[in-house]
Design a protein around this ligand. Structure first.
Ligand SMILES: C[C@H](O)[C@H](O)[C@H]1CNC2=NC(N)=NC(=O)C2=N1
Length: 96
């Protein structure tokens, strides 16, 4: 199982992934993506879902029209692991 990152390692990793930040009150990272319209937002979710399945690592997310709020945490580990960082990077690449 993936290990929780230390606060220091998490902070350093976040520095390399634009617009992702710490979620207050829990060991998780998050980003709010805003797209042009629902079609773009749902296209992003569809592509991200395929990556999530492949990694066997799944997001907590909420979509309202063109906005997708994403929270990533490794439930089995009770916090942020390298898997969350990998999925966050992949999501940024998909949205780029
Ligand atoms: C059995 C299965 O591999 C696990 O439950 C996986 C699935 N996806 C997961 N996703 C996330 N975000 N955290 C997990 O701990 C997790 N565990």
């Amino acid at each position: 199982m993936a290990e929780r990152l230390s606060a220091e390692a998490r902070k350093q990793a976040l520095g390399g992934i634009p617009d992702w930040g710490e979620i207050s009150g829990r060991d998780a990272i998050g980003k709010t993506f805003v797209f042009k319209d629902f079609n773009e937002a749902f296209g992003f979710m569809t592509r991200a879902a395929l990556v999530a399945e492949k990694l066997d690592h799944h997001p907590e997310w909420r979509n309202v029209y063109k906005t997708v709020e994403v929270v990533l945490s490794t439930h089995d580990a009770g916090g942020v692991t390298a898997l969350d960082i990998e999925l966050a990077r992949a999501m940024n690449a998909i949205a780029a």
